[in-house]
Design a protein. Structure first.
Lengths: 380, 299
């Protein structure tokens, strides 16, 4: 992504404010007949943050979101909002609003009436409602479309209306269900940043569900990776990408090269891993915790940290010979598929910094190498 | 003249087969002669005579009254049944209920009529209600089978409705009954109207059920016509039939006209919105996907 994310900026700067818990999900399980959609999930969401539930289809992320909204009731466990148990409250009594994937705008009402709908349920006066609707329309820059019907709007405009409608009641928690699901790719990256900007201006806490890792990383401050109903890892985008704790997370987010091997030397400051895929040992620049019985380990390295060169590296560890098996040109960078002597194919991203440079081509003899601290050793 | 192909000829034969009897009926309603089959010159006397025939006019008014009541009751009951069948996914006896709701569609009318008659008689003996058969009993009988039609039409519409729209309303603080009246009903309004009109027409047309459950002084129009025809076709019947034909065609035409105008307006609005949004896109700069320089760089 060429765009800088404000969420990413915040992570780099480090949040100075003390973290106040807004939502507490306490050991929640949801069963549909015999299938378990959400399996004993506990997590907390802090005030003012944008939190993403990321996972494939059937991972239980949508069910968890629907339980927060109140459309599904947990089979077990409790959900707390601001310290108050909301598990048994119906959706219309929760100070939580949701933006649906299909936007779910009321087709028979104008844009202004759509936004006013929630306010009317609160028995507000006509004057107050009008003022609030005008304010919301201004916030999403849709003031000139107030009298339009939803079918007269484009996809991006509908999304703005849906957002304004879900923010109109000033909810304590905003839920986004696949917010960019119905938009095309070009509009998507533009709307992602716009959405984050609006959410941060309003200052609402936000939980989003998505299957698109790029979207989660662009928008969210913290991400929970869900798989088969349980949470595999929670952390900032940087944590999750750079220090995944399991093979599953590692393979789910981005591309990765994995080497299975045995720990052959384990010291305080370094460790050596012997992998049958590589001719040389892997040198890890930190100690690896291993058990005495089980020395097997997986070493994961991201393709952009695996470097391709035509000159033989001089160091003892962390390189291998190989031949270029395939090259995929993607514009900004190229993906080199390099075949190692063992037959294993590894991926390497090479940035196309020069317009025309001499670089390895098909069937060339090359070397791949990496720094001591580029990869992660995974126990599971 | 043009060459007559086989399909053109068959088309005309088919159209004549359907519409010629009606045309003859309309023409004969202007017949001046007392005998139905003998042409006695043009006359409006049967139409004027209609106004004096209080028995027939009463039957017309009674039928219209029953049809109105039936349409309202059938739409209310049929919609409730359809809503339960499509929105409440799990309850005991759901399949049975679904079968029972649609059963009147396939039940022979004679059987429905007979069983309703027996029911009304038994109820009158046991609890004294309904005291006598009349408009009320016909209304109940018509509602039973019209509600089935309405529930089929409405549940088809409810099933294709995006469920998240109703969820969104609830999420915004509307209680379930408010969601139903403010969101669901306006969205299914076209099918409610269709169901209502269908019930109206079915009720107006029904002879069998009405004959079973009607009592003294509650003869409906189809019963009146049928009994009159049994004694020999009178030219007056032709006049009544022509008037019914006229009103039905007029109503159909008006509905078609308004539906078409609404559709045109909707299409125009969508077209306008699309033009505006593409216009906005173009202002943002040239579309890179159509930019030829990108293709050269990749090559």
């Amino acid at each position: 992504m060429a765009v800088a994310s404000s969420a990413y900026k915040k992570v780099l700067e480090g949040d100075q404010q003390p973290k106040e818990v807004l939502v507490k999900i306490d050991r929640v399980t949801k069963k549909f007949d015999e299938t378990i959609a959400v399996d004993d999930v506990s997590l907390t969401i802090n005030k003012g943050e944008i939190f993403a539930l990321l996972g494939g289809s059937g991972s239980g992320k949508s069910t968890l979101l629907r339980m927060l909204a109140g459309f599904e009731r947990p089979t077990e466990g409790r959900i707390y909002l601001d310290g108050e148990d909301i598990t048994d409250l119906p959706p219309y009594e929760r100070p939580i609003n949701m933006m649906f994937q299909s936007y779910a705008l009321f087709p028979h009402m104008s844009v202004a009436d759509n936004i006013a709908f929630g306010l009317k349920q609160d028995k507000m006066s006509r004057l107050e409602i009008d003022a609030r609707v005008a304010e919301m329309l201004k916030l999403v820059q849709m003031s000139q479309y107030a009298k339009r019907k939803p079918h007269q709007l484009s996809g991006g405009q509908r999304q703005r209306v849906a957002l304004a409608r879900s923010l109109a009641k000033s909810p304590k928690l905003l839920l986004l269900d696949e917010p960019m699901g119905a938009l095309d790719k070009k509009l998507r990256s533009q709307m992602q940043l716009e959405l984050v900007e609006i959410i941060e201006r309003v200052g609402v806490t936000c939980v989003m569900v998505t299957h698109d890792q790029e979207e989660a990383m662009t928008m969210a401050q913290r991400i929970a990776i869900m798989h088969l109903g349980w949470i595999a890892q929670i952390g900032s985008p940087v944590d999750i990408y750079e220090t995944p704790t399991s093979r599953l997370v590692c393979e789910f987010i981005g591309n990765v090269n994995l080497f299975d091997g045995q720990v052959v030397e384990d010291a305080e400051g370094h460790a050596l891993i012997d992998s049958p895929d590589l001719e040389r040992n892997i040198f890890v620049g930190h100690g690896v915790t291993t058990s005495v019985q089980d020395k097997s380990i997986t070493y994961a390295i991201r393709p952009e940290k695996l470097l391709v060169t035509t000159e033989q590296p001089t160091c003892e560890y962390n390189w291998s010979r190989g031949t270029v098996h395939d090259i995929a040109y993607l514009g900004g960078h190229s993906v080199f598929h390099v075949q190692l002597p063992s037959g294993k194919i590894v991926q390497s991203f090479v940035a196309n910094a020069e317009r025309r440079g001499t670089r390895p081509t098909w069937d060339d003899q090359v070397y791949v190498w990496w720094e001591d601290d580029s990869g992660v050793a995974l126990r599971s | 003249m043009k060459r007559y192909s086989f399909s053109t000829i068959m088309l005309w034969v088919g159209l004549l087969f359907i519409y010629l009897p009606m045309l003859i009926l309309v023409i004969y309603s202007f017949n001046g002669s007392r005998l139905v089959t003998v042409w006695g010159g043009w006359s409006l006397k049967w139409y004027i005579g209609l106004l004096d025939n209080t028995q027939l006019m009463n039957a017309v008014m009674r039928s219209l009254e029953i049809a109105c009541y039936t349409a309202v009751a059938a739409v209310a009951l049929g919609t409730l049944a359809a809503f339960v069948l499509t929105r409440v996914t799990h309850f005991k006896g759901r399949t049975l209920f679904g079968g029972l709701v649609t059963a009147p569609l396939v039940m022979p009318e004679v059987i429905t009529g007979l069983s309703l008659l027996l029911l009304f008689v038994a109820m009158a003996q046991l609890i004294g209600w309904p005291a006598e058969r009349g408009i009320l009993t016909i209304w109940i009988a018509h509602t039973t089978f019209c509600a089935a039609y309405v529930s089929v039409v409405v549940s088809a519409r409810l099933r294709e409705l995006d469920l998240s729209i109703e969820e969104a309303a609830m999420d915004l603080g509307a209680k379930p009954w408010k969601v139903f009246f403010l969101i669901t009903v306006p969205m299914i309004a076209p099918s409610l109207a269709a169901g209502g009109m269908m019930s109206f027409a079915l009720s107006l047309d029904d002879l069998v059920l009405a004959s079973f459950v009607s009592g003294p002084g509650s003869t409906t129009l189809p019963m009146e016509i049928f009994s009159a025809v049994r004694l020999g076709v009178k030219p007056e019947i032709n006049a009544v039939a022509s008037l019914i034909l006229l009103s039905v065609s007029l109503m159909t035409f008006i509905i078609w006209f308004f539906a078409r105008r609404a559709e045109d307006r909707r299409k125009k609005a969508i077209q306008q919105a699309m033009d505006e949004s593409t216009g906005a896109h173009l202002q943002n700069g040239p579309d890179s996907r159509r930019d030829p320089s990108q293709i050269h760089a990749a090559a």
